[in-house]
Design a binder for this molecule. Structure first.
Ligand code: G6P
Ligand code: ZN
Length: 543
């Protein structure tokens, strides 16, 4: 095998963010960019020699080219085997599952998640460790540090591997195994959920629309929902992955999945609607005439998970990211199990899941998952909902209202200010941080501040500390304001303001969340002068 050791120079800015290294596609296409990052990754994990990696991506522009480079570099660095999804496709949860079932040493996932794809849009590379989860900060730091000193990378000169030929081939001394992306994942789902009950639900006339948003879950949803569970043909829409996601924004929220929302709020709505993002780890759930916020979805799933075969023994604990509404905490309290509050980013759930302290996890950013893999899992959430609906034989709307009647309704909304001046946004957060101790006791309309802090997290398993994870302001009447800067944007800064208030009175469960939260919204403006800082009259996105 002829290995070329190519001289190179450090490239600035190769710092993995909340979820891997994410940049404009054209940045990844600059000379040596992918090569440097991959070599730094291999070096940071103690080399690739003798190791097995899982490789796949969401099919966005540059997916296949990046995979060919990674394969040549894995071979040159002495890897024993790479397991690749056919066509270069693997949803993020399916990749996590493959790493685990094949006991691989790690995996490389090519995706920029819900960000648009294409030559002028975004690309990303994320390294996952042997537990199937995103690399912890200690590893991503080591990768970043290595990118700063890199002076060579190893690659072999070979023809491209045929990513569509199922089975084994060799590349230099390394085995490349092409697997069907859906097979192992579908097997896991059929183990966790009562497929017979869901089949009976569809057979009884239950209708659904699943919007794959031209992204990676199309093949998974076709195979599982339509072929295995008997949902009517046409249930899955936008089901063929395309390199630019049909020119859209593969983010399953009411704004970007507006077609699905319009259908679900209209006269021809099916019983159930769902969508998933670019790489298949996020989900959106909508009932006929009712949108389920990700925070409520986590709470409802936690309260009902025992109805699905994979969770009949109950949950060890429930974990949510700090900005996620506290609806799930109320369920945990009732179940008498621990509730965990972690920083934003799925990787923070990894230790809790590995250690058996949490079974279900969720984030306001449309991520829900469990200990079945170490990533959030869009289709899993959809199937758990279907399983619960099949057992409870209720509409989504009745289920939500019953849930709120039991636990109270945590009204919730996130306001995003996108592409704002990074310096100004950072100054705003720093300034708030300095004023935190002056806030308790101050009143804003009917609300007053109980406590305010700069969220820091001590991992209960390994004791690692993550500081400055967002400003948390707790107010009276079950209200809360959280502010943080996004860790996934690629242009300027995105300020996220998360607003929450609890309502216990069932006669007030059907309010527009923006109205129900008007006092909290006003308090956030008064405390942080958001309009002045951002120069905007209103948020760009309200979820
Ligand atoms: C990615 C991560 C999520 C996280 C989200 C937050 O999707 O996988 O775990 O919640 O980013 O993004 P933000 O832009 O708010 O940092
Ligand atoms: Zn994603």
């Amino acid at each position: 095998m002829y290995v070329v050791t190519h001289p190179t120079r450090p490239i600035g800015g190769q710092k993995p963010g909340t979820s891997g290294l994410r940049k404009k596609t054209k940045v990844f296409m600059t000379p040596h960019y992918v090569e440097n990052f991959i070599q730094a990754t291999f070096d940071a994990i103690g080399g690739a020699r003798g190791k097995t990696f899982v490789i796949g991506g969401d099919g966005r522009y540059f997916n296949a080219q990046a995979i060919q480079v990674i394969l040549r570099m894995a071979a040159a660095n002495g890897a024993a085997r790479c397991i690749v999804g056919m066509g270069g496709l693997l949803s993020t949860p399916a990749a996590s599952n493959l790493i685990r079932v094949r006991e691989a040493d790690g995996g490389l996932i090519l995706s920029a998640s819900h960000n648009p794809g294409g030559i002028d849009e975004d690309f990303g590379i994320k390294y996952n460790t042997a537990n199937g989860g995103p690399a912890p900060e200690s590893v991503t730091e080591a990768i970043f540090n290595r990118t700063k000193t890199l002076s060579r990378y190893n690659i072999i000169e070979k023809q491209d591997v045929d990513l569509n030929a199922l089975g084994e081939a060799t590349l230099g001394d390394m085995v490349v195994e092409i697997v069907h992306p859906v097979t192992d994942y579908a097997a896991l789902m059929s183990f966790l959920f009562d497929f017979n009950a869901i089949r009976a639900l569809f057979a009884s006339g239950f209708t659904m629309r699943f919007d794959a948003m031209h992204a990676v879950t199309g093949p998974y949803a076709h195979a599982i929902l339509e072929e295995q569970l008997g949902a009517a043909p046409g249930t899955v829409v936008n089901g063929v992955p395309s390199p630019d996601f049909g020119g859209g924004h593969p983010d399953p929220n009411p704004v970007w999945a507006s077609g699905l929302m319009t259908l679900m709020m209209g006269p021809d709505a099916p019983d159930f609607g769902a969508a998933s993002d670019g790489d298949g780890d996020r989900n959106m759930i909508v009932g006929r005439g009712i949108y389920v916020t990700p925070s409520d979805s986590l709470a409802v799933l936690a309260a009902n998970a025992h109805l699905a075969p994979g969770y009949t023994d109950g949950l060890m604990g429930i974990a949510r990211s700090m900005p996620t509404s506290r609806a799930a905490d109320r369920v945990a309290e009732k179940l008498g199990i621990p509730a965990f509050e972690t920083p934003t980013g799925w990787k923070f759930f990894g230790n809790l899941l590995d250690d058996g302290q949490a079974t279900l996890c969720g984030e306001e950013s449309a991520g829900t998952g469990s200990d079945h893999v170490r990533e959030k899992d869009g289709l899993w959430a959809v199937l758990l909902w279907l399983n619960i609906l099949a057992v409870r034989k209720q509409s989504v709307s009745d289920m939500l209202n019953e849930h709120w009647a039991t636990y109270g309704r945590n009204y919730y909304s996130r306001h995003d200010y996108e592409g704002v001046n990074a310096g100004a946004a950072e100054r705003m957060i720093t300034d708030l941080r300095e004023r935190l101790s002056t806030l308790p006791g101050t009143a804003y309309g009917p609300l007053s501040v109980i406590e305010a802090d700069d969220f820091a997290y001590t991992d209960p398993v390994d004791g690692s500390v993550s500081e400055h994870q967002g400003i948390r302001i707790i107010l009276t009447q079950g209200a809360r304001i959280v502010m943080r800067l996004s860790g996934t944007g690629t242009v300027g800064a995105t300020l996220r303001v998360y607003l929450e208030q609890v309502e216990e009175d069932p006669s007030r469960f059907d309010r527009d969340p923006q109205d129900a939260l008007s006092d909290v919204i006003a308090a956030a403006e008064a405390i942080a002068s958001i309009r002045e800082t951002t120069g905007r009259d209103a948020p760009d996105v309200r979820t």
